[in-house]
Design a protein around this ligand. Structure first.
Ligand SMILES: Cc1ncc(COP(=O)(O)O)c(C=O)c1O
Length: 578
């Protein structure tokens, strides 16, 4: 005790309370071992628990309950009446009797930063942290870190005292860990290229091609320099060329349509299925029946462009296969070539009723294109791609196309391209290929875990996997209403996200000339506005997934409380103006 303090007789002080100078306490209780700094005032009917630290200049007013182990910074201000007035209607000064004291609770282990203001009636949850200078206007969830005015949840920290979760960043994609795990073998692949001076073509590329064809259950895999080239070469090798129309979806990466245009053809779009985001078989059928005609020679002609429709490029988006049996049946009926865009679907499987077995992506169309861009399920350490096919003539043409049209050095059968996969990338891909199955299994496990974590969250639409699909979750894509706000919330919490893709191709500037307007493909347009890709990679930890789910849940809870507050306010306003 010291002489400059004002401690009323009714104050209950626990053992070993430490009091600084110039404090003012009355009608309150202070728990054992608590330390109170200079110039603190604690009013009647308030309590401070054991082992708390109340820093100087803080004001703890009537009705505040501070539980054990709480830290209060300097100059923290509590408020116990939301709508205080100086005078009554008759002009007389208000007294204590006019004030409505509302209870405010700071739960065990919470910390409140200097200069924060805590409005009345709120509960600061257990172990929560209120950032310095925040203005807390509503309850703070347990273990949450809040900051700002009004205070918003920035992130959630682990249970107990661990802050490991708070410091857990969740990248959208981790390309460092898998390469670190395989570093020796990858460096070995690079070294053998250096030592044999094998940089373009040769046995390193051929060996990888054989292994990748075996993985895809196809007769051939022809390695090329990118997924875009794989598509372009596949289209050209299958005979698609100038004047043709090729059908595809509007919600793919632009490489799909670039390849179609670069083959000389014209892309036309078909809308997608609402639940799988892949080509809608119903829309394809209705396009073929209602938006095409036959010319004198029996060719299928697009009414939109007046050009012959010759091919379909279904995209196995996000690692889930399009409904291939139905697409192939329609293609057969209308004499169309099918080229799969499997750039996101290495190892995905489709149960074909026609063949009564599971079939791999890339093994069902006339040809298929894969991308080995680094972030893909099987990614190079640079650019790469491959065409798979069971058609030997198509494979032979692609080998020509990728290598300046030459079957023998400087003997050019056709004009081709510089589209080879270099040997260093082939060697690297070959090292990684045996890991693709376990990596895909890891992605499927993580997708199942996300599904479990989000099961109770009605605001989140989960990816849908039909019974005939075994997706490989190149991306895990949810659908939400307030996507942009959720992205900002997750970003603030250190969680990476992506949008695949924000603008459907028919609305891209690059395709103004195709003259599709808004509403041309309503399902794809709706999806583009709501889809959100969450972190997904085989090394994603259970903790990281829990963090993502916690933050999404928190965001949804906050958004719904904000909506109800706004609703309340508008009801109040309506009531007042009525
Ligand atoms: C669906 C789709 N098609 C084609 C491509 C093109 O592949 P690349 O980037 O290897 O040229 C990609 C790559 O992102 C893709 O996602």
């Amino acid at each position: 005790m010291n002489t400059y303090n004002c401690i009323a007789e009714d104050v209950q002080l626990g053992n070993e309370v430490q009091l600084s100078k110039f404090i003012n306490l009355y009608g309150c209780s202070i728990g054992e071992g608590t330390k109170i700094g200079a110039y603190v005032e604690i009013q009647k009917n308030s309590s401070v628990g054991k082992h708390c630290k109340i820093s100087s200049h803080s004001f703890i007013c009537e009705g505040v309950v501070i539980e054990d182990d709480v830290f209060i910074g300097h100059g923290v201000m509590f408020i116990n009446d939301r709508y205080p007035r100086a005078t009554n209607r008759d002009g007389s000064l208000q007294t204590e009797a006019d004030w409505k004291v509302e209870r405010t609770v700071v739960r065990k282990g919470a910390s409140i930063g200097s200069g924060a203001t805590i409005l009345s009636s709120v509960t600061v949850g257990e172990n929560a942290i209120v950032g310095a200078g925040s203005v807390v206007t509503r309850d703070v969830p347990p273990h949450a870190i809040v900051a700002g005015n009004p205070a918003r949840v920035m992130r959630v920290i682990g249970q107990g005292t661990s802050e490991s979760k708070a410091s857990t960043l969740v990248p959208f994609l981790d390309l460092v860990t898998p390469h670190a795990e395989l570093e020796q073998e990858l460096v070995g692949a690079f070294r053998s290229c250096l030592r044999t001076a094998s940089f373009v073509g040769g046995s390193i590329v051929e060996d990888f091609e054989k292994a990748f064809a075996a993985f895809c259950h196809t007769d051939h895999a022809v390695a090329v320099s990118s997924g875009t080239d794989a598509l372009r070469f596949a289209l050209i090798a299958c005979g698609i060329g100038p004047g043709d129309v090729v059908l595809t979806v509007p919600n793919t990466f632009i490489a799909t349509t670039e390849a179609i245009s670069q083959a000389g053809a014209l892309p036309e779009f078909i809308d997608i299925d609402e639940s799988t985001y892949n080509l809608s078989v119903e829309m394809l059928q209705s396009y073929l029946e209602a938006q095409c005609t036959r010319d004198k020679t029996g060719r299928l002609i697009s009414l939109r462009s007046g050009r012959p429709v010759t091919a379909i490029v279904p995209v196995h988006l996000y690692g889930q296969m399009a409904n291939m049996d139905s697409i192939l049946r329609l293609a057969d009926e209308y004499g169309l070539i099918v080229i799969e865009d499997a750039c996101q679907a290495h190892g995905a499987q489709y149960f074909s009723r026609k063949h009564d077995r599971w079939m791999k992506a890339g093994s069902m169309g006339r040809a298929a294109a894969f991308s080995f861009y680094p972030g893909k399920n099987l990614g190079a350490c640079g650019e790469g791609g491959a065409v798979t096919t069971n058609d030997s003539a198509v494979a032979a043409t692609i080998k020509l196309l990728r290598d300046h049209g030459q079957a023998k050095k400087y003997y050019h059968d056709v004009e081709g391209y510089n589209g080879r996969l270099d040997a260093i990338q082939a060697g690297i891909l070959h090292v990684k290929l045996p890991h693709l199955e376990p990596w895909n299994a890891g992605r499927r496990d993580r997708a199942a875990e996300y599904n479990r974590l989000f099961a109770g969250n009605k605001a989140v639409i989960l990816p849908y996997e039909p019974s005939w699909s075994r997706a490989v979750y190149h991306l895990y894509v949810i659908r939400v209403d307030d996507r942009e706000d959720l992205i900002s919330h997750l970003k603030a919490a250190g969680i990476g996200t992506g949008i695949h893709y924000p603008i459907p191709l028919h609305l891209q500037k690059a395709y103004n000339s195709l003259s599709y307007g808004l509403d041309a493909f309503p399902v794809a347009e709706r999806a583009a506005a709501e889809i959100l890709s969450l972190p997904m990679f085989p090394q994603l930890s259970a903790n990281q997934q829990a963090r993502v789910a916690e933050e999404v849940d928190l965001f949804v809870a906050q958004a719904s409380s904000t909506h109800s507050e706004l609703k309340d306010m508008s009801l109040e306003t309506t009531a007042k103006s009525a």
